[in-house]
Each structure stands twice: as C-alpha cells, then as structure tokens.
Design a protein around this ligand. Structure first.
Ligand SMILES: [Zn+2]
Length: 230
C-alpha cells in the first residue's frame, strides 16, 4: 500500500523517483485487492440467494411484513457488499490494468463490477416480477428496492474511466521524473502544483508523489490545464 504524502508548502518537492514496477510485480500486488473483491462479491451473492429463499418461503421468517423487512434488509446488504467488492476490484485494476490488445478481456476485467451487479440483482428482480404469491404492496415495494439497488450498484461498480496496460506504461514512461499532484476527491493527476484547477484545493486535500503512486491512487485522468497532452 502506498502511503499518500501531504504537500508541505514550505518544502520544495524532491524530484520524484519512479521505480517502474514490472507487470509481474504489479500483478502480484493487485492480487490481494482482487481476492478481497471476490470475497465481498460472493457474500453479496449469498445475500441474494438468501433473499430468494425468503421470497419463495423455503426460508420462513414470519408473516408478510416480516418477510418484506427481511427481503429489503438482504437486498441492502447485497448492495453494500457488491459496492465494496467493486472498489477493491477497481483498485486492483489501477495497479495492474488490462491490456487493450484483447478486447474481450479488457472489457471483462474493467466492467466485472457491473457484471457482478447484474448477477447479484437481476435474478431476484425476475423472480419478484413473476411471483404470484406476494401481496401487491410488498411485491411493488421490494421490486422497486431491488431495481434501485441494481442501478446504484451498477453506477458505483462500473469503471467509467479505465486505463489500459498500454496507456499505463506510456504514462509512467512520460512522467517518470515528474513530481505529480492529485487531490482527495478528483480523478485527475497534475504535473504542476500551481495548476489553476488546484487553486481551491486545500493543503489537506492535496497529495504528491510519483506517477505510479498517482495511478495506484486511481488518479489516471490527465489534467486538461497542466498536463501536456500533445
Ligand atoms: Zn492540473
């Protein structure tokens, strides 16, 4: 894990020394992130299975009201677990991106969180829609909860700005001796501390380090103001 350093205004930053890690090293350091992601996703899937069992009353939890509370509770747990898993998965991809050469693998690796979201919500939505046993109100509420959960899970699990292995290598090579800046909430990396887009960033929210540290932090979008994109 790379420790993010805070920028001290009084300190002139030392030239960043980027130790370019090999693909194997990066693959190895991304492995724990990916394993944790899969564990969370499996737990999420288990919540969906439990919800299905409650829905078809294989698992009896009580009257209609109790059944609804259990269904909603399991769907919320499902949602939280999917999203946590996806953040670990994306972190793994930030460290060890997929190559663009294999289009299918590139898509699968980057959008695995989105696929998992569908797996963890779509089956129960179908079962809910086809269920003739639930009372109308419960059916409406639980289906709406599941649909919104699928939407939120998808939004937070999709990788909206994936970087390929090729882009990663080029970026690291281009900025191997440049001190890079990034913020707590943004997706961009900056090559200048005086970048206009950083003017409102407080010291506490500004970090600096090597390009590999910025990319590992998920800051893979070159700033439109300070990064020369020619
Ligand atoms: Zn900038």
């Amino acid at each position: 894990m790379v420790e993010k350093k805070k920028v001290d205004v009084n300190e002139t930053p030392v030239k960043a020394k980027t130790v370019a890690k090999t693909k194997e090293e990066r693959h190895k350091s991304a492995m724990p992130q990916r394993i944790i992601a899969i564990v969370f996703w499996l737990l999420a899937f288990a919540c969906e299975i439990a919800a299905i069992l409650v829905l078809n009353k294989t698992l009896y939890v009580g009257d209609a009201q109790k059944q609804m509370i259990w269904l909603i509770g399991l769907l919320v747990a499902d949602l939280i677990l999917v999203i946590i898993g996806s953040q670990f998965w994306k972190k793994g991809n930030d460290i060890d991106p997929a190559s663009e050469k294999n289009k299918a693998k590139y898509f699968l690796q980057n959008q695995m969180g989105l696929i998992v979201s569908v797996i963890c919500f779509f089956p129960i939505i179908l079962l809910l829609l086809n269920n003739k046993d639930l009372d109308k109100k419960t059916k409406r509420i639980v289906t709406a909860v599941a649909a919104v959960a699928l939407l939120i899970a998808g939004l937070f699990s999709a990788d909206w700005n994936p970087m390929s292995e090729e882009e990663y290598k080029k970026t690291v090579a281009d900025y191997s001796t440049t001190e890079i800046y990034w913020t707590r909430f943004g997706h961009s990396y900056h090559t200048s501390k005086d970048c206009p887009s950083l003017s409102r960033t407080t010291e506490n929210n500004l970090f600096h380090g090597s390009i590999t540290e910025a990319l590992e932090a998920g800051r893979n979008d070159p700033c439109d103001f300070c990064v020369d994109q020619s």
